[in-house]
Design a protein around this ligand. Structure first.
Ligand code: ATP
Ligand code: MG
Length: 232
């Protein structure tokens, strides 16, 4: 029952797209998946077809200790996928939790209560290193790092590796790298090819052989609240 956090402090690299579509495919294969939307932007929530502005209970209430995690988990229209949704007020949790006891452990404690009910728990992170991301990294077994095949890719990754070391030292010694995923690859550009080579030189066997191509279908699907395997 691995808990995998999809993380990269860099914005727009394909974290949410990876989280949604990996969840959908695992669900289609017969696994039960809990998707946790740790980002106040709520892209993972809306991308799975749930309207974040209509929710009376979300991850926010869970992190603040107001409700048990079970009360916030929703079923989705997609086979095998349950969702712990985000909401806009989650941005406030980052500030409200600063003075709270065991503030980095909030998500882990909540998730522990339901961990054995899912084959996979996938956590989508915001593009920052605040308390929300630290909670996600503390709750997880492994980190899946999407890298966009463009110029600043390696800088973002260097930051993430630093963060991982900090988290391993202080919060979650068992945290491991799940894998590095090259996203938005465009075989027609030299840059994509160069970045892919460079990432493989740095991270070797941790880099998946599968590369996600840049395709307009993947970017259209979320506006219909659908994973790409449903949309196209
Ligand atoms: P943020 O840091 O803001 O949370 P993110 O890392 O979650 O961003 P996504 O939202 O998954 O990144 O992707 C950023 C944008 O790129 C989105 O508009 C998404 O639809 C688009 N996108 C992601 N992957 C692909 C792809 N393989 N081909 C084309 N467009 C893509
Ligand atoms: Mg995102």
């Amino acid at each position: 029952m691995p808990t995998i956090v999809v993380s990269n402090q860099k914005g727009g690299v394909g974290k949410t797209t990876t989280c949604i579509n990996l969840a959908a495919e695992l669900g289609r294969c017969g696994y039960s998946v809990l998707a946790v939307d740790m980002d106040p932007q709520a892209n993972c929530t809306s991308g799975l077809g749930v309207n974040a502005s209509n929710l009376s209970k979300s991850l926010y209430n869970v992190l603040l200790g107001d409700i048990p995690i079970r009360e916030a988990i929703l079923s989705t229209a997609w086979e095998g996928i349950s969702l712990l949704p985000s909401s806009l007020d989650l941005a406030g949790a980052e500030i409200e939790l600063v003075a709270a006891i065991s503030r980095e452990n909030r998500l882990k404690r909540s998730v522990d209560a339901v961990r054995d009910q899912y084959d996979f728990i996938l956590i989508d992170c915001p593009p920052s290193l605040g308390l929300l991301t630290l909670n996600a990294l503390t709750a997880a077994d492994t980190v899946l790092m999407p890298i966009q095949c463009e110029f600043y890719a390696l800088e973002g990754l260097a930051q993430l590796m630093n963060t991982m070391t900090l988290v391993q030292t202080n919060l979650n010694p068992a945290l491991e790298v799940e894998g590095v995923l090259l996203t938005m690859f465009d075989s027609r550009t030299n840059l994509s090819v160069q970045v892919a080579e460079e990432v493989r030189t740095h991270f070797g066997s941790k880099v998946y052989r599968t590369v996600i191509p840049r395709t307009v279908r993947l970017s259209e699907a979320p506006s219909y609240g659908q994973p790409v395997i449903a949309y196209d």
